[in-house]
Design a binder for this molecule. Structure first.
Ligand SMILES: *Cc1c(COP(=O)(O)O)cnc(C)c1O
Length: 457
């Protein structure tokens, strides 16, 4: 028997409006517009209830990296569900999928990573980080080292901890966030600056804000710096090359822990296994989620480097933290199967050497369009900046919603990309073919034209 009833599109929309509270959604607004009901997917395409075929340029929500319709993932999950659908890892228990996945994660991460703590999501991983870094300094007899530094406009999830560490202003206005002991410094967003410095100079200057902040707080107060290698939800902010090496230097100088939030960048998105590998930094801890299972089931975790892991284990006693679904067997099976696919099909290398460069070249071609002020892309994650005027760069007023207008044209023309203000972001599955990349670019260009015509009116 099918678990879900067969209903028409409008039936789904009505039931949705009446009963389903969506994440990050204005429901009064949604009630007027109605949801787009997505019913199935295959490869890089999703299909809505009207049968429209839409190229998914966002890999779901930055997660379906190996594409839809992977029988291998479904089979691995089903097999695990039949054998052992659930058991916990509390009370000195474990099961083969969580142990095997731990081993495999250690293998694809930098040498300092020999241990992993599983969670159910990116947000839970960030909450784990907050507790773990503070506990680390506590155990080392430096209980005043509790402040965590993150960045403006960072996205680290939506639990109380995640929303606090994230740097999105509207989120801080709701629900009593941010937590105490969290500080935010500027993001390395060159296009968003006055562009008077070269990107390299700007990258250094922005990195040095970390040094300033540490000195202002006192190094003895700072536990860690946490950052996405490339800020994703904030608008795919790709830092200048000078940025990350300087950040590493500053963390080393002050002895503070460096944490990369790899929830989007991890597992090949940048054409390297992790964002830290791409930018050649050596984090003490890394969070992951999303792409680890290709989004087929929820799983997250924290890679724990030896610097922290050794202290937690040698001096820590019990770490009073964990989740019912930490290391869920079916989710671990999905992750194991995803890792097998990434390796066997050499998808990380494909993003680095083949489809990445192919799409990047075409993407940069969009800079020719009169509406586009900047294009940027690393691996298979990119953005374009919509501007009123290119030279000198003049932005639209934030109230015009040009990004949203463009996004709506895109989806109505069969391509999902996301608008972050007037920045259009893209992160397609790693299995995107050259022909599908051509289709993506063609549709993007067409919708830029449509957007331009619409705002002239
Ligand atoms: C999505 C995201 C999170 C939150 O992950 P959830 O699984 O939605 O809790 C955290 N950090 C980054 C960088 C993300 O992109």
């Amino acid at each position: 028997m099918a678990a879900v009833e067969n209903r028409t599109r409008s039936e789904w929309q009505e039931l949705d409006r009446d009963h389903y509270l969506h994440p990050f959604t204005d429901h009064k607004d949604l009630g007027k517009k109605k949801s787009r009901i997505i019913t199935r997917a295959d490869g890089v395409y999703i299909y809505d209830a009207d049968g429209n075929k839409i190229l998914d340029g966002m890999s779901g929500l930055w997660c379906v990296n190996t594409g839809y319709g992977r029988d291998e993932l479904v089979t691995a999950i089903e097999k695990q569900l039949r054998e052992l659908p659930y058991y916990n890892s509390f009370f000195q228990c474990a099961h083969p999928p969580s142990i095997e996945l731990s081993r495999m994660l250690v293998e694809v991460t930098q040498p300092q990573f020999n241990r992993v703590f599983f969670t159910g999501s990116g947000s839970e991983s960030i909450d784990t980080i907050i507790r773990m870094v503070r506990q680390y300094w506590q155990l080392l007899g430096q209980p005043n080292r509790q402040t965590i530094i993150a960045r403006v406009n960072a996205y680290h999830g939506s639990t109380v901890g995640g929303a606090s560490l994230g740097g999105m202003k509207p989120m801080h206005g709701q629900g009593g966030t941010p937590l105490a002991g969290i500080e935010h410094i500027a993001q390395p967003y060159w296009f968003g600056s006055d562009r008077k410095l070269s990107p390299e100079e700007f990258g250094l200057q922005t990195a040095r804000e970390l040094d300033k902040k540490i000195r202002q707080l006192g190094a003895g107060k700072v536990a860690a710096f946490v950052a996405e290698p490339i800020q994703g939800a904030g608008g795919v902010i790709i830092p200048p090359d000078s940025y990350w090496p300087e950040i590493q230097k500053i963390c080393d100088e002050h002895g503070i822990l460096l944490v990369t939030d790899e929830v989007i960048c991890g597992f090949g998105r940048l054409g390297s296994w992790f964002g830290a590998d791409h930018f050649k930094v050596k984090p003490d801890l890394m969070t992951f989620a999303k792409g680890v299972t290709s989004g087929y089931l929820p799983l997250g975790g924290v890679m724990v480097g030896d610097r922290v892991g050794d202290v937690l284990i040698d001096k820590g006693g019990e770490f009073f933290h964990g989740y019912t679904y930490s290391g869920h067997p079916a989710c671990c099976a999905a992750a194991i199967a995803t890792l097998h696919i990434l390796k066997r099909e050499k998808l990380v290398e494909r993003v680095r050497d083949d489809i990445g460069p192919y799409l990047q070249k075409k993407w940069h071609g969009l800079a020719e369009h009169p509406l586009v002020g900047e294009t940027r892309m690393v691996g298979l994650i990119g953005a374009l900046e919509l501007v009123k005027n290119k030279d000198p760069v003049t932005k639209f007023g934030s109230d015009r919603g040009v990004g949203t207008i463009c996004r709506d044209f895109l989806v109505n023309n069969g391509l999902v990309m996301r608008a972050v203000g007037d920045t259009i972001v893209v992160a397609p599955p790693f299995v995107l073919t050259h022909a599908e990349a051509d289709e993506l670019i063609e549709k993007a260009w067409k919708c830029l034209d449509l957007t331009m015509a619409a705002i002239k009116k």
